[in-house]
Design a protein around this ligand. Structure first.
Ligand code: SAM
Length: 340
C-alpha cells in the first residue's frame, strides 16, 4: 500500500537542499543586504543525506531533485550525486541550478550519474540579469547551458520566473533561445513565498496573461493533455515546440502535490508554505534506527493536510508571506533555505 496523506497524495518527490548559500541575489528571492545563515555544524554530511534518501525511498520517493541555495556551491557535489545515482529505487535524479558554476561541473555531474539539469534563467539580457540578480555573471550561465549539452545531458529545462515590468517582454525570446540549447522553457508565476519580501499581486503575470501574449506572437497555443503530478502545465506552439507554465500563484495544484523538501540542515517540510518542519537531523544524529525514522516520516506524511498555495489564493488581502524580522529569526522560512 503506498503511503498517502489525508488528501490521498503519495510521498513521491523529494527536493534536497544541499546548502542555503547562493551566489546570486535575485530580487524575488534574496532582496535583503544580509542574511542569517544555517550553522555549519548542522549541515548534513553526504552520508547523512544518503541515509535519509534511502528511508524516503523505502516509503515511496522515486524522484529526487538537488537544490539550494545554489547547489553547485556545495563542495564535491558530484560525490553526493554518485551516492544517490547508485540507488536503483530512484527513477529520476535531477539538479536545479542558477547555472553560474555549471560549465565547471557539468561533465563531472554527468559522469557521477545525474539524470537531468534545470537551469534558472530569467533574462537573455546581461544588463537585466545584473539588475535582477545583483551579480554580473550572465555569460557564465549561458556557458553553463552550453556545457550541459556538451556533457551529454538531455531533458534539460530552463525555469523563468516572470515578473511584470521586469522580463514579461521576453517570453518568446526565451522559448526561441530554449530551442537552440535545446531546453524546454517553463515560466513560473512570481510566488509569495518566504523571502519574496517585495512581492505584490500587481507584479504577478498570470498563466492566462502569458498564454495571451504568446498567442499574439505564435498564433494558436495548444494545451498538452497528460496525466502528471509535475507542477507545469505544458503547451505546444504551432511548430511543435513545447513549453510549460507553473501557475502556483493563480491556479495552484495542491491537490496533486507529492513534493516535500529537506533543508541542508535536515529539517523536512511538507509544504513550501508550511511555517514549521520536522527535524530529522536530531534523531538521525542521536542514533535513531532506520525503522524509527521511517515511523516518524510515515506518521507525519499520513497526517499531512497542507494546501499552502490554495490557502494563499483564498486569502483576501494578499501580501508578502513572512516579514523580514521573522525571516531573520527563522531562516528556514526563506525560499533559498527551503529549496525552491
Ligand atoms: N539556486 C538554484 C536556482 O537558481 O535554480 C536553486 C534554488 S532556487 C531557490 C530554485 C528556484 O526557485 C529558482 O528557479 C528560482 O527562480 C525560484 N524562485 C525563488 N523565489 C521565487 C519566487 N518568489 N517565485 C517564484 N519562483 C521563485
Amino acid at each position: 500500500m503506498p503511503l498517502t496523506d489525508t488528501l490521498g497524495r503519495p510521498l513521491k518527490n523529494l527536493r534536497v537542499s544541499v546548502t542555503d548559500r547562493c551566489n546570486l541575489r535575485c530580487q524575488y528571492c534574496m532582496p535583503e543586504e544580509d542574511y542569517v545563515w544555517l550553522s555549519r555544524e548542522d549541515i548534513l554530511q553526504f552520508e547523512e543525506i544518503s541515509t535519509l534518501v534511502d528511508l524516503f525511498a523505502d516509503l515511496g520517493v522515486d524522484k529526487v531533485r538537488l537544490t539550494g541555495g545554489e547547489p553547485l556551491l556545495r563542495r564535491d557535489l558530484p560525490e553526493l550525486v554518485r551516492l544517490l545515482a547508485g540507488k536503483t529505487t530512484l527513477r529520476d535524479l535531477a539538479l536545479t541550478t542558477n547555472g553560474v558554476l555549471l560549465a565547471e561541473h557539468a561533465s563531472a555531474l554527468r559522469a557521477a550519474g545525474l539524470h537531468r539539469v534545470t537551469v534558472s534563467l530569467d533574462t537573455l539580457r546581461p544588463e537585466r540579469f545584473r539588475a535582477l540578480t545583483r551579480r554580473g555573471t550572465h555569460a557564465e550561465v549561458l556557458d553553463g547551458l552550453r556545457a550541459v549539452r556538451a556533457a551529454g545531458f538531455t531533458g534539460t529545462k530552463i525555469d523563468t520566473v516572470v515578473t511584470r515590468g521586469v522580463n514579461d517582454d521576453e517570453l518568446a525570446d526565451l522559448i526561441e533561445f530554449g530551442k537552440t540549447v535545446p531546453a524546454e522553457v517553463r515560466f513560473i508565476e512570481y510566488m509569495d513565498v518566504g523571502g519574496a519580501t517585495r512581492w505584490s499581486m500587481e507584479s504577478v503575470v498570470s498563466r492566462a496573461e502569458m498564454l495571451k501574449s504568446l498567442e499574439r506572437r505564435y498564433g494558436h497555443v495548444e494545451a498538452i493533455v497528460e496525466q502528471s503530478s509535475a507542477p507545469a502545465d505544458r503547451y505546444r506552439l504551432p511548430d511543435g515546440t513545447a513549453f510549460g507554465i507553473i501557475s502556483s500563484t493563480t491556479a495552484p495544484f495542491c491537490s496533486a502535490c507529492d513534493r516535500s523538501r529537506l533543508t541542508a540542515d535536515g529539517i523536512w517540510y511538507l509544504c513550501l508554505y508550511a511555517p514549521t518542519g520536522v527535524d530529522l537531523r536530531r534523531p538521525l544524529r542521536a542514533g535513531a534506527s532506520r525503522e524509527e525514522l521511517k515511523a516518524l516520516v510515515t506518521g507525519r506524511w499520513r497526517a499531512r493536510a497542507d494546501r499552502g498555495a490554495e490557502e494563499r489564493l483564498a486569502s483576501r488581502e494578499r501580501k508578502p508571506l513572512v516579514r523580514i524580522t521573522e525571516l531573520r529569526k527563522d531562516p528556514h522560512l526563506e525560499m533559498h533555505t527551503r529549496g525552491g
